[in-house]
Design a binder for this molecule. Sequence first.
Ligand SMILES: [Zn+2]
Length: 244
Amino acid sequence: MVDRGGSLRPLDILAIAAHPDDVEQTCGGTLLREAERGCRTGVLDLTAGEMGTRGDPETRLAEARAAARVLRLSWRENLRFADARLENTLAARMTLAAKIRQVRPRVVILPYWEGRHPDHYRACEIGYDACFLAGLKKLDLGEPPHRPSKILYACAYANVKPSFVVDISDQFERRMEALLCYRSQYGGGEEGAALFPTESEIRERLSAVARFYGNLAGVRYAEPFVVKEVMLVDDVVGLPVRSL
Ligand SMILES: [Zn+2]
């Protein structure tokens, strides 16, 4: 997706994901919320999902562009790495590092580092390594060095306690709308029907997950994240989420 402004101004947040339609399930509400506060948000999908039972790559890329508009992304691209056999090779790390230098995000969102699908945890590993490489001054990738200051791990599908959650009550319906842009995946066709959730099933699943994390924080819907560092608090008196 071409940058709306025609130039590559730095992004505030970049989400890196294995497949088109991943961010729409894990951190799309947070991206939309940040875009609404005036941040520049972007998504880099590593594969086009061409090994999926349903939908060809061109269809899924077109669906990803439609979802990007709903999520108000400033930028979205797809690296077209090999789906279902994503590997943390030097070439993959260097390609991703060069892209990170182009878009210069302050914050990077990665998939959580464990999961059922190997592409998801490999995307996490490649993403972390590439963020590190992107900051090496002596590594020539044709763009000035840049290292993001923060990495967040989107953990909606991991059974772990989040470090924090983001209230997406006002964004939840539009995040669902973005996910349903992937008609080839959630359109209710016959092919792969046993494996793929229908629209009503995906809606029920995603609202249950978002409602669960929202409930932990006393809001309706939320998205969970893990960070490896501690969270620094400025004012303990103003801390949200009631203890009792
Ligand atoms: Zn995925």
